[in-house]
Design a binder for this molecule. Sequence first.
Ligand code: A2P
Length: 346
Amino acid sequence: MVDSYRVAILGATGAVGTELLDLLEQRRFPVSDLKLLASPRSAGQRLQFKGESIPVEVVDDRSFAGVDLVLASAGASTSRVWAPKAVEAGAVVVDNSSAFRMDPAIPLIVPEVNPEAAATHQGIIANPNCTTILMAVAVFPLHQVQPIKRIVAATYQSASGAGARAMEEVKIQSQAILQGQSPQTEIFPYPLAFNLFPHNSKLNEQGYCEEEMKIVNETRKIFGAPDLRVTATCVRVPVLRAHSEAINLEFERPFSVEQARQILSQAPGVKLVEDWSANYFPMPIEASGKDEVLVGRIRQDISHPAALDLWLCGDQIRKGAALNAIQIAELLVQKDLLKPAIALTR
Ligand code: A2P
């Protein structure tokens, strides 16, 4: 194990990229050298790290020479081009995009759920979809005690999932509407301010959008449960940066609310937020900027003796993306797995 690492952030100027930068500093990740990479649009920009102003460089073929760790969050098409090149140059890539998540040879990790999968990496480790991460953190501790048969999820997803420009778009739309003007759309297909719409990712023949299928397929992979029944309806809501989810869990056998509450009160990465007398439960505004997934409204499903309902909120940029990626990197350091694919003996 070495003391510190040469790190690159690909997509450093984005919503997740800037959070990665903050988290590297806040969590004192051992960085000996930091490269900030983005597209030509960001050439000339500078970002702060530990009081130092670092220039943003345009990613190119020489960007990864001598880099130990790449934290990539620049979209799937960018990752498909650059992640293999970074691995070839000797780096380990923690990739926040969807490019490699369902590749059977690439581990897909939520550190609270399947840290052991890190040992199988061959250079790239995929960071799951944000909605999936938040659900996995809250649901896996229950699944461990008693297997879940079926998950039904409804999501209320913030603008941040579509990036920094989408967050800006909602603010501008809100101002326009409050001034009596019509909202303009550029990133989203429809106005999001004072509105909501089913998630705008591509629809398949069964009528599911890509985001919904990510929840289905990624949850199965992370839980190591290929037959787990999962269905989801994903909706974009005019919230800036934390996602909410209403989740129904059907277990093999009845699971008491008290036991579920007890398990979740001790689960890593989870914070129970329930004050039934005040009707106070997790809210996206309170989850924003927090590391934990806030869980509450755990109740018996009155329509099924072996099912529970719960409600959660989690910061999409933080645990849903950047924090999970940094936790994966920390795991690699702890397990001495932050080394070029070629050097990994198994
Ligand atoms: P840039 O700011 O130069 O466009 P977000 O998810 O918030 O939209 O951020 C996406 C991040 O990915 C940004 O840092 C963006 O850089 C970066 N990015 C997008 N496309 C590319 C590309 N083709 N090459 C490198 N970086 C890219």
